[in-house]
Design a binder for this molecule. Structure first.
Ligand code: BES
Ligand code: ZN
Ligand code: ZN
Length: 505
């Protein structure tokens, strides 16, 4: 969908649907409609006011009402979308309203839609942010993955081709344009992450991930290194390779580097868990839990998606992306519960459960990048079922060795509409991964603080570099559509990382 900007009055623009908005009020009696909504109401001779009263439309957040204009203005239909309570208005309200509006437009089979920028008049949100958010959500809300549907089963495309943003205030145009541009870049990156996860493990192998990474690197003029099993062996990656040894798919260790034109403000490492399928290994998962385990490479999709924005966004930080991609499978060659393995950092790991494989692969991924002494390490991983139990698919779990960094990431995530919630790491938790015969176990206290057990394990490998671990196991997959798109893989993490790299460093 193309998003274009018009310095024209909303009510004069020809389109299939015109999207206007309304804040929530108790009663519609005597209410004056302001801004674009007021202008459209005037052009329609008070029709909007009449109908919202008759239909008892309250303006609840994300609710919509569609009206035919009968030729009184160039737009064929008007969609009124509720913005919710004015006092609570924020970017999340823009998200809910924009998604509801664009989906309604799609249902109305609109080819061209025109919208106002929601809520800028409140002074509560910045114009550029409003435009970026509207763009991101509008693009992502209509995202579809139909690559695997046979042609005759495909629903006829009812795609909206153009979304016009109408703005009469000339002084705002530059900001809106910048917001739309960034929103499109971010939405495209997140769609790439979604595509990668949705595709499924039969084709989305470590080799395929490496090939996508190569393509992203080429398109963005970034340096890339892909290490195969032998190269990883030479580097002593005993942890990563232990997980990989049960699979017939060759593992790939992927590194991409972005360097800004000027002197980088910082060097940031972003590390994504890349298990293309997590069967649990010999500690096999029950069938139900395995159903969605193609999504165990969501972290890698998020960091690769993020790297795909570098050429256009050009942040002033150096970024190193790491993905240790492999499958986790059972079989005659698989690593076993009880095995003691040696990681690249020289620390030994007693594997008590082969299903806690993510942290084992991340140990070597993190150790590899620690050698480059980055200023910060951020890892994204679908690491634990415990985090899903704690936070559902609503929020990502944040764990850290550096509160200042965590505070920034939490803010960057929440601002981008990816909820972040911190879980504490106490010294008592760190005690729980002690092993009798090795440096650590890969599990922890049974049935207790599972998300933290994973985090304190990774922490052992970050060598005091400021580090934030984001457990995305919940939000990486949704069972019901939300404002950002259909059920299934969400591509979570891209928006947080992009916001952090471009606005927080
Ligand atoms: N990939 C899973 C975690 C997961 C669970 C992701 C649900 C998404 C949805 C991870 O590798 C895993 O299996 N973790 C185990 C660790 C346990 C064996 C210590 C878990 O959480 O049960
Ligand atoms: Zn697992
Ligand atoms: Zn896993």
């Amino acid at each position: 969908m193309k998003i274009i900007l018009k310095n024209q009055k909303l009510e004069n623009i020809p389109c299939d649907v015109l999207i206007i908005n309304l804040f929530e009020v108790e009663s519609r009696h005597g209410v004056t409609l302001r801004g674009g909504t007021g202008a459209v109401n005037l052009a329609l001779d008070g029709l909007i006011k009449k109908i919202i009263k008759e239909e008892d439309f309250k303006g609840k957040i994300g609710s919509t009402l569609t009206i035919r204009t009968n030729g009184s203005i160039p737009a064929k239909k008007v969609i009124i979308v509720g913005l919710g309570e004015k006092e609570k208005f924020d970017l999340n309200a823009v998200r809910k309203a924009s998604a509801a509006a664009i989906r309604t437009a799609k249902r109305e089979k609109a080819k061209t839609a025109c919208t106002i920028l929601h809520g800028v008049g409140t002074g509560k949100i910045d114009t550029k942010d409003a435009a970026q958010t509207l763009t991101e959500v509008s693009q992502l809300a209509i995202y579809e993955f139909d690559k695997f549907k046979s042609k005759d089963k495909k629903e006829p495309k009812k795609e909206i081709q153009t979304l016009i943003i109408a703005e009469t205030d000339k002084s705002k145009l530059k900001d809106i344009e910048a917001g739309v541009k960034k929103g499109n870049i971010v939405a495209k990156a997140q769609a790439l992450a979604r595509d990668m996860v949705t595709e499924s493990a039969i084709t989305m192998t470590p080799t395929k991930i490496a090939n996508i990474a190569r393509k992203v690197a080429k398109e963005n003029k970034l340096k890339i290194k892909v290490l195969d099993r032998e190269a990883c062996e030479k580097l002593g990656m005993g942890a990563f390779l232990a997980v990989a040894q049960g699979s017939n798919e060759p593992p790939k260790f992927i590194e991409i580097k972005y360097t800004p034109k000027g002197k980088p403000k910082k060097h940031i490492a972003i590390v994504g868990k890349g298990i293309t399928f997590d069967s649990g290994g010999l500690s096999l998962k029950p069938a139900n839990s395995m159903e969605t385990m193609k999504d165990d490479m969501s972290g890698s999709a998020a960091v690769i998606g993020t790297m795909s924005t570098m050429r256009e966004l050009q942040p002033d930080v150096a970024v190193t992306m790491i993905v240790a991609a492999t499958e986790n499978m059972p079989g005659g060659k698989a690593y076993r519960p009880g095995d003691v393995i040696r990681s690249m950092a020289g620390k030994t790991i007693e594997v008590l459960n082969t299903d806690a494989e993510g942290r084992v692969t991340l140990a070597d991924a993190v150790s590899y990048v620690v050698k480059q002494k980055p200023d910060e390490i951020i890892d994204l991983a679908t690491l634990t079922g415990a985090c899903v139990v704690a936070l559902g698919d609503t929020a990502n779990g944040v764990m850290t060795n550096n509160q200042e960094l965590a505070d920034k990431i939490i803010r960057a995530g929440n601002e981008a509409g990816e909820r972040m919630w911190q879980l504490p790491l106490f010294d008592e938790d760190r005690e729980k991964i002690k092993s009798d015969i090795a440096d650590m176990i890969n599990t922890g206290s049974k049935g207790k603080s599972g998300a933290q057990n994973g985090a304190v394990f990774i922490e052992k490998f970050v060598a005091d570099i400021p580090w934030v671990h984001i457990d995305i196991a919940g939000p990486s997959w949704i069972d019901k559509e939300n404002e950002y798109g259909p059920k299934g893989p969400t591509g979570v993490g891209v928006r947080t990382l992009v916001n952090y790299l471009t606005n927080y460093v």
